[in-house]
Design a binder for this molecule. Structure first.
Ligand SMILES: [Zn+2]
Length: 179
């Protein structure tokens, strides 16, 4: 284990958590922000991600997948964190459920913070909708109405910026439209 990667990964996840916390205050869910991603500090998630650390420029999880065929950190993470669409996928259910509002809010904060951390100074208010449309929307199994909520929130961010879009009233207005 490289000591540089140990501290690099620690810095990345803590920076991410801090950004999520700041956004979660805007969204009116400070407690969700505080508890966000705590399982990343568990040995199962932490050490795999140190091993496949990508310099803080992208997630180690796809790299672990490429190397091992699966990511133990991800399986551990998505099973415990309700802010992930994948948490709610029950292969035997007829369709993915509507996710409760507070976890949808946390998910939005998480995605924004992840983009900001990985892209750094290259992040723009359009980054999130571009990533969502190109990499996630049509690939991830999730309730179609939840997907519509995410799409409209990120379109709103692209148009009006984070400060105007991310507040409880506006997020609830968009959520109630679809969910
Ligand atoms: Zn997470």
């Amino acid at each position: 284990m490289k000591i540089k990667n140990f501290f690099g990964h620690l810095k990345t996840i803590t920076k991410h958590k801090w950004l999520v916390f700041k956004l979660s205050i805007k969204a009116g869910i400070p407690l969700r922000g505080l508890l966000h991603d705590l399982s990343k500090y568990s040995p199962t998630e932490f050490f795999e991600s140190v091993k496949y650390y990508q310099g803080g420029k992208r997630s180690p999880i796809p790299v672990a997948r490429e190397n091992k065929g699966y990511s133990e950190a991800w399986l551990h993470h998505k099973g415990r964190n309700k802010h992930h669409l994948e948490y709610w996928n029950d292969a035997d259910a007829k369709e993915p459920p509507i996710i409760p509002f507070k976890y949808c809010e946390e998910m939005i904060c998480d995605k924004l913070a992840a983009g900001m951390v990985y892209l750094g100074k290259n992040w723009t208010k359009e980054s999130e909708i571009e990533y969502w449309n190109q990499k996630e929307k049509n690939k991830i199994l999730a309730n179609e109405n939840v997907k519509k909520f995410i799409t409209e929130v990120f379109e709103d961010v692209a148009k009006n910026g984070v400060n105007v879009t991310i507040n409880k009233k506006n997020l609830k207005r968009i959520y109630d439209k679809y969910c």
